[in-house]
Design a protein. Sequence first.
Length: 401
Amino acid sequence: MTVRVHGTCAPGFERVREEFERNFTERGELGAAVAVTVDGAFVVDLWAGDADRSGTRPWERDTLVNVYSTTKGMTALCAHLLVERGELDLDAPVARYWPQFARAGKADLPVRWLLSHRAGLIAPGEPLGPGAVYDWEKVTDALAATTPWWRPGTAQGYHAVTFGFLVGEVVRRITGVTLGAFLRSEVTGPLDADVFVGTPPGEHGRCADMAPPVTGTDDAPSRGAFARIPDPPVSGLGEAPTAPLTLAFGYLPLGDVNGAAYRSAEIPATNGHATARGLAAVYRELACGRLLGADTVERLRTTQSGADEPDLVLRAGTPLAETWSWGLGFMLNLYGQAGPNPRAFGHGGAGGSYAFADPENRVSYAYTMNRMGVGTSGEDLRSAHLVGALYKALGAGGGGE
């Protein structure tokens, strides 16, 4: 198999291009892009393959693609912008900004537990049914009325879909605009970065279609068809369950992720559409200290997890998640998925997309694709090979070690 790779690769970074090509020739890639900045300048900006399974649309420089939970990094960034401006206090009760949230024993639940997956709100109290995920008020009202699934603060469990509604509603209550609109006006618009939460219909024509894994036998990745949580919320805010919990998509079915309704909706935990270049441009600002102050960056990448603490949700289905380390809305580099600097931070998405900032080495990285792989934490081998090649080119700088 041969593949034509488009774009630019600066001298010294040829290994990244070689591994990108191998993703197509050896690792089942369909369509993808990778972008890297160093010291604020793009040194890698590559794309190749097809934007659909039929091979009728080539992947272009401006191809947008659903990046699933890589979106969470953008959502968290919006919250930290408000922290930086003094409009949001991470230790204040969520109910200060969202009064209805005080119901069901949540009056004192602090904002930081929303960002660190410690709120115990991995799903509404009852399944909301098909299409509900597109109804912002219905979902946020349901979450405000929900008794947490465990005592908030006592454990961490990945809020796969609800993270975006919870953090996004706080942002909306403070700013008066939706999370997607705030992101566009305050971050991605000024940077001319192709990243959307709520993709305008006029941009749908450049969206790639998601495709199942090479070994898959159906279209499962294009549907929100995950199992529901086995038990109802704990009466009286009990202690954390000891058994792993399943992802809560069954309570909020996503529908067809290649359809117009999904692309246009704002689901700020899981339906961002972006180019690799756009994501790398946003993380470039964090890597170079131009979007948030140093104190804010230190705060957002400080672990909120206990030593060797498991994630009650991720450990049910992610090989790397027997223990986990969450920052404030960002995945920390516990397993080296963002290179050798343990202080790098970012977020990955289901299927393999991944983006991060490495401030010590002034590096940003983003990888997007439409062939689903495994995991949500950056452990996908396609990205791992690209990151490995990048740091070999950089001399494997450890930064914060």
